[in-house]
Design a protein around this ligand. Structure first.
Ligand code: FEO
Ligand code: CA
Ligand code: CA
Ligand code: CA
Length: 588
């Protein structure tokens, strides 16, 4: 009830309760429709979805991939009725070396070359030409020249300062510039020049060795490569995923990849100037002098928040194709500038630069700036950046330029600090900052905690930090904020990827969900709840803000969902199209 006590001019809908049902729930006056689930045919010659999940590798290459995540709508000629929907396919659900659902209920045993190829084709990105039909319903245009599947085998190039560096050379690519595929495409971004940025997150999970020997380097351990076999088991059939056979292949993932969705024959570009981390998303802003600024989180317990500031200036309508190839990379330090318990402070952006940073200039582990970019995490460790509670999505307020980041949780945090104020943080928080002078290229900022997620149902003493900050109530409690995006009007949409047991520490929180916040009043209301064992992730709007697209990822990741097809069907990740029944702006 508490979530509706304060009327917010920005939030025009009534909050909904939690749900533990195997279906989607949405605020009154809205409709949520399933769109382009995993396995949907994308081309005129694409095989139909096999309802038992038994399609082969060749079929998967012509169909929508698995585990939808970041998503962006590129309007065609500014239209809100036709455009290109670009969707990330982050991963396929595996546990203990077996696949859950990719091969239907049968799992991945016995493991074969065709199953490896199917898994590789389920990854990557889909470009989907969509339009509203005469009844106003969104549909795929299956024969469109724009439709495209990018997979873990699609040819791409490395560009920028690290391209061609020895650390990026392999037997198949002695020049160190040509890579096959993109992996673990998590969150996303888009540029003012209408390109898509797909972010490679947990690339480490795809590398292992069949040799039986743990021969990992310090850098490979810092990035989390498996000591022996990987859960995905690709190394058994594709040599480049065996780090003992091809030690540099894993260095060719963990990048932000720029894609031109309007040119289906274009080669995706891995932009090394933006650093190599477990990239969550890429939030773009322009500095006061029109340089491009990209904010980025590295999603790991105790990892960091980064920003890239381009050397060149954005030219509206001009050639911006090299802007992401030259610039400065920074990592954030959050300092406790004031009283220790006020959840506010100041911060600085530390340059990860072989020349400008004396610590890195003296560090023999990095022979050049290229090596800093390949082993960005090691450089950030060396300069004293602030270890955060798993940085996920970043979003920039459309009017003020204030920057918000979800810190999803960190159950292993030992020592609290100002911006990460709880040990064993199971609920997560959203931190925001204001760049000095309101300039995205500034090297210092002020920050505060927008919301400390918590559970006042379980922890009724509001002095206990586990109950959450004052804007958390029994009516809007959630855990593990992850997806995050502002709409044009400045509403902040918050998506969760957390525990859905609805018991114990998570009592009263239900399935994963999407909430909406007013940045000024800090009020938060629940708008949408997903089906069982899913996360809610990815968000984009048509230019008129009247259609919202989000994704349901990994429904039934532990086996308990048959969404969206029902019965005893194989659960499928899917996009959800949200419209307001009166045709109005979403959230208004
Ligand atoms: Fe792919 Fe950190 O979420
Ligand atoms: Ca995420
Ligand atoms: Ca997450
Ligand atoms: Ca995920």
């Amino acid at each position: 009830e508490g979530s509706n006590e304060q009327a917010s001019s920005l939030l025009g809908f009534s909050a909904i309760p939690i749900s533990t049902d195997d279906t989607v729930k949405i605020a009154a006056g809205y409709t949520a429709a399933v769109f382009a689930p995993w396995g949907t045919p994308l081309f005129a010659d694409a095989p139909a979805w096999k309802t038992d999940g038994g399609g082969d590798a060749a079929a998967q290459a012509r169909q929508v991939g698995d585990n939808h995540d970041g998503i962006h709508f590129f309007p065609i000629d500014g239209s809100s009725a036709e455009g290109l929907l670009v969707v990330n396919h982050e991963y396929t659900t595996v546990e203990g070396g077996n696949y859950i659902w990719l091969f239907g209920a049968k799992g991945g045993k016995p493991w074969t070359a065709d199953k490896t190829a199917k898994a590789m084709n389920a990854h990557g990105v889909s470009v989907i030409h969509i339009a509203r039909n005469s009844a106003g319903k969104w549909e795929i245009k299956p024969g469109s020249r724009y439709n495209r599947r990018i997979t873990a085998s699609t040819e791409m190039v490395l560009t920028g300062p690290a391209a061609g560096n020895d650390l990026l050379k392999t037997k198949a690519d002695p020049g160190g510039t040509r890579v096959l595929g993109t992996l673990n495409n998590c969150g996303n971004g888009w540029t003012p020049w209408d390109t898509y940025l797909t972010c490679e997150e947990n690339f480490n999970n795809y590398f292992g060795t069949t040799s039986g020997n743990d021969s990992r380097t310090a850098a490979q351990k810092r990035y989390g490569l498996a000591a022996k076999s990987s859960d995905y088991r690709w190394e058994e059939f594709v040599d480049r995923f065996d780090y003992a056979k091809e030690p540099n292949e894993s260095n060719r993932y963990g990048w932000i990849v720029e894609i031109d969705p309007f040119d289906p024959s274009s080669t995706p570009k891995k932009r090394t100037a933006l650093g190599r981390i477990k990239h969550e998303n890429a939030a773009c802003a322009l500095s006061a002098d029109k340089r491009v600024v990209i904010y980025m989180g590295d999603d790991q317990r105790d990892d960091y928040i980064y920003k890239f500031v381009s050397e060149g200036i954005y030219q509206e309508g001009g050639d911006n194709s090299a802007l992401l190839d030259a610039g400065k990379l920074y990592v954030a330090r959050f300092d406790d500038g004031r009283a220790s318990d006020d959840f506010m402070g100041v911060g600085v952006w530390i340059p990860l630069d072989k020349t400008a940073n004396a610590t890195l200039a003296a560090d023999a582990r990095f022979a050049s700036q290229a090596e800093i970019l390949v082993n960005t995490r090691l450089a950030a460790d060396a300069v004293g950046a602030t270890k955060m509670d798993r940085p996920e999505w970043v979003s920039v307020h459309p009017a003020s330029g204030e920057v918000y980041v979800t810190l999803t949780n960190n159950d292993k945090r030992a020592a609290p600090d100002a911006a990460n104020p709880r040990a064993a943080n199971i609920y997560g928080q959203i931190v925001r900052w204001r760049e000095a002078g309101g300039d995205a290229a500034a090297t210092s900022f002020e920050w505060d905690i927008f919301v400390l997620a918590g559970n006042p149902v379980k922890y009724t003493d509001r002095g206990d930090l586990k109950s959450g900050s004052a804007n958390i109530t029994a009516g809007n409690t959630f855990n593990s904020p992850d997806g995050l995006a502002f709409d044009k009007a400045g509403r902040l949409w918050i998506q969760t990827d957390g525990k859905y047991s609805n018991s114990g520490e998570y009592e009263g929180q239900g399935n994963n969900q999407m909430l909406c916040a007013d940045p000024a009043s800090k009020e938060i209301r629940r708008f949408f709840v997903g089906p069982r064992e899913c996360e809610v992730t990815g968000i984009t709007f048509t230019p008129d803000s009247k259609t919202m697209f989000i994704n349901i990822q990994h429904p039934g990741e532990e086996g308990d969902s048959h969404w969206p097809d029902g019965g005893d069907s194989v659960p499928r990740s899917s996009t959800i199209v949200i419209t307001k029944d009166d045709g109005g702006v979403i959230g208004s």
